[in-house]
Write a protein of this length. Structure first.
Length: 426
């Protein structure tokens, strides 16, 4: 009788498992036209502005069950006109392809090409703005216990299958990487997350045609976020601190830090504002003390931070200070506006011709309009203006006597989401 009962229970569990399986197809088509007249770097008057259209197309195939989840995301990222009208060149690639299996209650194992996102996307992100996005080939172990979330990730890269060790010409920026991430709510509205990242960077010192060893320098980034957010309170805040140690690819001792503070205030359901500051440490210009004090950025969302004109996605050696403010307003349910401003400085003084020229890098104003056409399509337009200084040219390695155009940038972007088809069930 007990055996029959066990078999009956197993059949019930199996039936529930099969009925819980779903296969979902969805995707996205996102064309964006840009007018670049000094985007990311001042444009001299001897050049004309650039106008172009990019398009990102994604098609996702997802399988979900109580034990196994998988995703295959195909992507085509292109510039209009880059291929001939009758081109036979394939441009479709795999953006994500992973399997996530349940090991036991609370623990899953995910392996394959996958997007990695943590906290406010400062260190790791699947950037929505980027035409290609960012993904990693890695294995990820996730475990949830009580209020704790614990992630442990590992990656090791090669350019091709190898019979013996060879020098890694990076396809990714790292040869090996390990991530430990933990997060936990402390009490109502307040949560803490900590992260430690070990990047194994291929040693570039002494590289020659016979250099085939796996010598790596390890850069360690560690720190965390303290976040306060309570829907009953109009104020929310995020404090960030990251530090770096270890060795750079060139063997220098890493000693960088990133500090950030952002405060949001919600005046009403329609109006909100943010103020904040980012600090990325820098090196004094011309020093050769074997120490790299400027913070090495990882794989976060560049366009999200430090201005939409992306002048300082890669901060200058002297570091970066960004003081900013932003106001957001919803005119209707479907129409919203955003106005932001940034004031930029370096951490250490810039030098030109061996003479210190100060820290001022200029300022920026960003204006965005977003309109949701319907449940599956959105149009967004933006106009941004950079107010350069003489130091902007120094930081961008341009001649001091360069005659530049008014730095400005505008774009229009459509996002069409391919709605999920009705889930397919066995």
């Amino acid at each position: 009788m007990k055996k029959i009962l066990k078999i009956f229970l197993l059949i019930q569990v199996f039936a529930q498992f099969v009925s819980a399986q779903t296969v979902v197809f969805d995707g996205e088509i996102r064309p964006r036209t840009e007018y670049q007249d000094g985007y990311s770097k001042p444009l001299t008057t001897t050049n004309d502005p650039g106008i172009f259209t990019t398009q990102r197309t994604r098609l996702n195939f997802a399988y979900n069950s109580g034990v196994l989840n998988t995703l295959v995301a195909l992507q085509d990222a292109r510039v209009f006109g880059q291929d001939a009208n009758a081109s036979s060149i394939s441009t479709v690639s795999i953006y994500e392809a992973w399997a996530d299996v349940l090991l036991f209650p609370g623990a899953t194992f995910k392996i394959g090409r996958q997007a990695v996102k943590y906290d406010d996307n400062r260190l790791f992100s699947s950037p929505a703005w980027s035409n290609t996005g960012t993904s990693h080939d890695m294995a990820l172990l996730k475990y949830n216990i009580d209020d704790w979330q614990i992630h442990l990730a590992a990656a090791f890269n090669n350019r091709t299958a190898i019979a013996s060790e060879t020098f890694y010409t990076p396809g990714a920026k790292y040869r090996a990487m390990n991530i430990l991430y933990l997060t936990k709510p402390l009490f109502s509205g307040l949560s803490l997350s900590v992260i430690a990242v070990d990047e194994g960077m291929q040693d570039t010192v002494g590289v020659g045609t016979t250099y085939k060893k796996i010598d790596m320098n390890h850069c360690f980034t560690f720190g965390g976020n303290l976040k306060y957010q309570d829907n009953k309170v109009p104020v929310s805040a995020l404090a960030t601190a990251y530090f770096q140690s270890g060795k750079s690819t060139g063997g220098k001792t890493m000693s960088g830090k990133l500090l950030a503070l952002k405060v949001d205030y919600k005046f009403s359901d329609a109006i909100s504002a943010s103020v904040g500051a980012d600090y990325l440490s820098g090196d004094a210009n011309g020093t050769n003390d074997g120490i790299q004090s400027n913070f090495k950025k990882l794989y976060g969302a560049d366009h999200t931070f430090n201005g939409y004109m992306d002048y300082w996605n890669t901060p200058v050696t002297q570091g970066l200070l960004d003081y900013y403010g932003c106001a957001m307003a919803k005119a209707t349910k479907n129409l919203s506006f955003e106005l932001g401003s940034h004031l930029f400085n370096t951490d250490k003084p810039l030098k030109s011709g061996g003479v210190e020229v100060g820290k001022d890098l200029g300022s920026e104003i960003d204006f965005l309009v977003t309109y949701k056409i319907n449940s599956w399509s959105t149009v967004q337009g933006g106009y941004c203006r950079y107010f350069d200084t003489a130091n902007t040219l120094v930081a961008k390695s341009m001649a001091a006597n360069s005659t530049i155009r008014c730095p400005q940038w505008a774009y229009v972007m459509f996002t069409f989401e391919i709605p999920p088809a009705d889930p397919l069930t066995p």
